[in-house]
Write a protein that binds this ligand. Sequence first.
Ligand code: SF4
Ligand code: SF4
Length: 109
Amino acid sequence: MRVFHCKCCGNCCRWDGVVHYVPEEGRRIAEFLGISEFDMIQKYTRLSDDRKELVLADKEDGGCVFLTEDNLCSINPVKPHQCGSYPYEWDVPPEYKALCPGYWEEKED
Ligand code: SF4
Ligand code: SF4
């Protein structure tokens, strides 16, 4: 079994690209934050550049709106599947892999 060790640097929450807004996940995030889904959408999402969907908003520095100054995810228990599945279900280009200081370890099942 391969296990990934994340260094919690936050780089993958800053690099180019979007986190797609999934309504079911949005409702869980809203509940976690103690706000309505409407407020969650208003405050923490934006229209994608192609105007086809909602995505999580960015901060001025380009990082995800939920990334803390300590490089942690402020909604970690309910973060989107897209985030939680990195890097297990992702195949990212080498230039992005190079930005990730995490490492894989082989473990006995
Ligand atoms: S939701 Fe959390 S894990 Fe996902 S990009 Fe934003 S800060 Fe990173
Ligand atoms: S870039 Fe890699 S090490 Fe850094 S937070 Fe993301 S998964 Fe973890």
